[in-house]
Design a protein around this ligand. Structure first.
Ligand SMILES: [Fe+2]
Ligand SMILES: [Fe+2]
Length: 134
């Protein structure tokens, strides 16, 4: 079963909460794919998309505030994932979500969090410390 694990923790509480919500709906999507429950699939994709959009916007705003140098590349990855989710949402109404799709989303998210997200942690932490002193 798909689950958020502490190995995915960025140490930034708000963003970890977002990642947990995303993983929660990914797990629901996995259940929908396994049990061929199309309505649950449609609903889970919609929730996943909602939380991903909200989360990407929050992450991008924080990176911008902290003057994170790799913001553009990071935003490009988010944009690509948004396109994937929009495609999936359009498809999910007419057919069951496949286990391969769920696997793809899980791998993408795990890879994105452990590499791309983790890379902004020192910058966000430094920004936070600076704000605390100001
Ligand atoms: Fe990200
Ligand atoms: Fe993230």
């Amino acid at each position: 079963m798909i689950k958020w694990t502490p190995a995915l923790s960025t140490g930034v509480k708000l963003l970890d909460e977002h990642h947990k919500s995303i993983f929660h709906w990914l797990a629901e999507l996995e259940a929908a794919a396994t049990d061929k429950r199309r309505l649950l699939g449609v609903y889970s994709v919609a929730r996943l998309k909602h939380y991903a959009d909200e989360h990407f916007a929050a992450e991008e705003a924080l990176m911008k505030s902290a003057n994170y140098p790799d913001l553009a590349e990071h935003m490009a990855e988010h944009a690509l994932f948004r396109v994937k989710l929009a495609e999936l949402q359009a498809k999910a109404i007419g057919q069951d979500v496949s286990s391969e799709t769920v696997e793809f989303l899980k791998d993408w998210l795990t890879n994105h969090i452990t590499k791309t997200d983790m890379a902004y942690v020192p910058c966000l932490k430094a920004f936070e410390t600076q704000q605390d002193k100001a």
